[in-house]
Ligand binder design. Structure first.
Ligand SMILES: NC(=O)c1ccc[n+]([C@@H]2O[C@H](COP(=O)([O-])OP(=O)(O)OC[C@H]3O[C@@H](n4cnc5c(N)ncnc54)[C@H](OP(=O)(O)O)[C@@H]3O)[C@@H](O)[C@H]2O)c1
Length: 254
């Protein structure tokens, strides 16, 4: 086990499955105490058991991060229980694809509420604690890692509102980076390509069929591939900030 995150605390949103779950496991394996946040408590409880069995420390926080009061409460609980915050991984997200014409507006609301507003609420609540952590032991640096997507770099047909949310994450991240980097809060954007998780499963059947045509033939990445990238970012020395990582499956062309 690396010593690099010993004595630090991380908060991972969307830790009940996929990239968030893998990231929480990896961060705990590197010595961080991890607050794991999502709505499915049973999945978080199972993850906490795994982390503890591996010798790590986990705090389960059941919260819907589209509700700003629940976000405030989650961060307060984390500070009460774990005492500090060094690493915020804004990972929770939803991807609902399809044409813009005639799209169910409820799908757009879900994406904007979670991918944009949820991420903003978490960042707002966490920043005072991250700035405080960056001022002292053990590392004198803190991290915000925002999980965007290749969809935050390249707009595609049938991905308009998901693109809008992830482009928004990229813009917000760069502005925040400029604001806090001199105070040693690093802001990083992770941009995964197609990764085998539950993400696509929330789409309508007609959209799932279209996605199968685009990505059906390629070897997808695993959540652990992205978790490795996140751990790389947050374990750099204090003077090194990895601002952006675009990671695609080798066979993904666009
Ligand atoms: N998989 C890919 O190909 C891919 C590619 C590029 C980017 N990404 C991004 O990676 C991130 C993680 O996605 P994933 O692929 O790991 O998908 P996933 O397995 O579906 O994970 C999404 C996570 O978000 C949580 N979540 C959803 N709504 C929430 C809410 N209102 N409050 C709190 N948590 C909520 C879910 O937990 P609960 O349902 O328990 O709340 C779940 O843990 C997303 O931001 C996604 O856009 C994924």
């Amino acid at each position: 086990m690396s010593e690099k995150l010993d004595g630090t605390v991380a908060l991972v949103t969307g830790a009940s499955s996929g990239i968030g779950q893998a990231t929480a496991l990896r961060l705990a394996g590197h010595g961080a105490a991890v607050a794991i946040v999502a709505r499915r408590r049973d999945r978080l409880d199972e993850l906490a058991v795994r982390i503890k069995e591996d010798g790590g420390r986990a705090l389960v926080i059941e919260a819907d991060i589209t509700d700003r009061d629940q976000v405030t409460g989650a961060v307060e609980t984390m500070i009460q229980e774990l005492g500090r915050l060094d690493t915020l991984v804004n990972n929770a997200g939803v991807m609902l694809l399809g044409p813009i014409v005639g799209a169910p507006l409820e799908e757009w609301q879900r994406m904007v509420n979670l991918n944009v507003l949820g991420l903003l609420y978490c960042t707002h609540a966490a920043l005072p604690h991250l700035l405080a952590a960056a001022e002292g032991d053990p590392r004198s640096v803190a991290d915000v890692v925002n999980v965007s997507s290749t969809a935050g770099r390249v707009a595609r047909l049938n991905s308009g509102v998901y693109n809008a949310t992830k482009f928004g994450v990229v813009a917000f991240s760069e502005s925040l980076r400029q604001e806090v980097t001199a105070r040693h809060v690093r802001v990083s954007i992770i941009e995964p390509g197609a990764t085998a998780t539950e993400l696509a499963s929330h789409n309508r059947l007609v959209v799932l069929e279209e996605m199968a045509k685009n990505f059906g033939g390629i070897e997808l990445m695993a959540s652990e591939d992205i978790a490795d990238a996140i751990v790389y970012v947050v374990t750099r020395p204090r003077h090194v900030a990895v601002n952006e990582m675009l990671i695609r499956p080798t066979e993904q062309e666009r």
